[in-house]
Design a protein around this ligand. Structure first.
Ligand code: ATP
Ligand code: MG
Length: 396
């Protein structure tokens, strides 16, 4: 069944929507789908997965298990994914039975940094200078201009995992060996002015809507803070980022929510220049603020896009800041896990606490997020600083 044919008639509320993966993104997707009156089915092997816990159905099998996939397509009238490392063959198997958005082919591009960069080029969007390292020859052929650089595994990296900063050829060779000599991408290490991301949602009919540009702060490779409106981004640069994201989506005939991360660089003439970093074929951590600060969330747009319901241009109704709550916060007082003082945070105006229902905290684990909204950016900044002080957060 082709994606466009499958989407010709909308899958209406009352139907069951399936999602591959049961993490926090799946959980927020399930919440949005249920608000619209859908039933939900999650496939995730983990019995305590955040989305599985709140879904009508939870298929607890491996992502490639034929019986699990058959059960999901039996239960669900339309299916999506909440993480990009879901095996693309699983999505293709499901697509033989049910409409699947985004399609396995699009997800496959996003799973591989080399394919992803080749796709950026096809869409006419620049990215950081890079080389693909597959073997000893391609390692030796890396130009000196890429050093100092960042070596990234082509597949399965997230939250800065599978990356190494290398300054010279000896470090590069050692880092590549330490990664098991798997296919990697070496990127030139760029002097970033700032980082931003853009979320678009595209329907099977080609209609594409977008959120305002988000300004993101990463700490140790993990997203820490998202701010909207982006304080340091000119309207021209924002428009350019949105146009790039739409071009990237359209050139792979994408259906669903897509996030593109960009680096902003000094263009050498006192202006700013944009390069694409990577993309995610799903709602994104930098778009969590849309739940509380926009009139339609990224998760609702995913529901609309995959079911063939109308997409509408979302509107930001409040300036906001999103703070990620990592497991580290549970260990501020020492080695024993201790729940942060949520009551103190919730006593502040305009705080929206989202916890993902994960049973144990670990350093670096995304346990939840806090969105702060207010009448203006200054008020949001003040509340963010107060919330950060309550929690012992350094970046806000
Ligand atoms: P995630 O999927 O969680 O966004 P990731 O593990 O896929 O992260 P990247 O987005 O590639 O990793 O990199 C994480 C962060 O490392 C970036 O947001 C940026 O802060 C920094 N970084 C990555 N590549 C470069 C580069 N070429 N030059 C300078 N900084 C970089
Ligand atoms: Mg990233």
């Amino acid at each position: 069944m082709s994606a466009s044919g499958a989407h010709a008639a909308a899958v209406l509320p009352g139907a069951t929507l399936g999602v591959m993966g049961g993490g926090q993104l799946g959980r927020m997707f399930v919440h949005a789908a249920q608000s619209l009156g859908y039933r939900t089915a999650v496939l995730d092997p983990d019995p305590a997965s955040p989305a599985g816990l709140v879904s009508h159905h939870h298929v607890q099998t491996d992502y490639l298990d034929p019986a699990g996939l058959a059960r999901l397509s039996e239960l669900a009238q339309a299916i999506t994914t909440e993480f990009e490392n879901v095996p693309a063959p699983a999505l293709r198997t499901l697509a033989a039975q049910r409409p699947v958005a985004p399609a396995g082919d699009a997800v496959a591009i996003c799973q591989d940094r080399a394919d992803e960069k080749a796709h950026f080029a096809r869409a006419g969007v620049p990215c950081a200078p890079y080389a693909v390292i597959r073997d000893a020859e391609t390692l030796a052929a890396v130009p000196d201009t890429l050093l100092p650089g960042i070596l990234k595994t082509a597949r399965m990296g997230y939250d800065g995992k599978g990356q190494a900063r290398v300054s010279n050829r000896a470090e590069l060779a050692a880092a590549w060996a330490a990664m098991g000599s798997v296919v990697c991408v070496l990127e030139q290490r760029l002097a970033l002015q700032l980082e931003l991301s853009v979320i678009v949602a595209r329907g099977a009919d080609g209609q594409c809507v977008h959120y305002p540009v988000q300004q993101n702060l990463h700490v140790a490779g993990i997203l820490a803070v998202t701010q909207v409106p982006a304080p340091d981004v000119s309207p021209e640069l924002a428009a350019q980022a949105v146009a790039c994201a739409k071009s990237i989506a359209a050139s792979m005939d994408y259906v669903g929510v897509l996030c593109v991360e960009f680096f902003v660089l000094d263009d050498g003439q006192g202006g700013q220049r944009l390069v694409a970093n990577e993309m995610a074929p799903r709602p994104h951590n930098s778009g969590h603020y849309t739940i509380d600060a926009c009139d339609v969330s990224q998760f609702e747009l995913q529901v609309r896009a995959m079911t063939g319901l109308p997409l509408v241009q979302p509107r930001l109704h409040s300036p906001c800041r999103m703070l990620n709550l990592l497991g580290d916060l549970w260990f501020r007082a020492g080695p024993t896990e201790q729940t942060p003082d949520w009551a103190a945070v919730l006593a502040l105006p305009g705080t929206h606490l989202h916890l993902y229902g994960k049973t144990s905290a670990r350093a670096g684990r995304k346990m939840g997020h806090l969105t702060l909204t207010g009448p203006n950016a200054e008020a949001v900044q003040t509340t963010a600083a107060q919330a950060a002080a309550c929690l012992g957060l350094v970046d806000c």
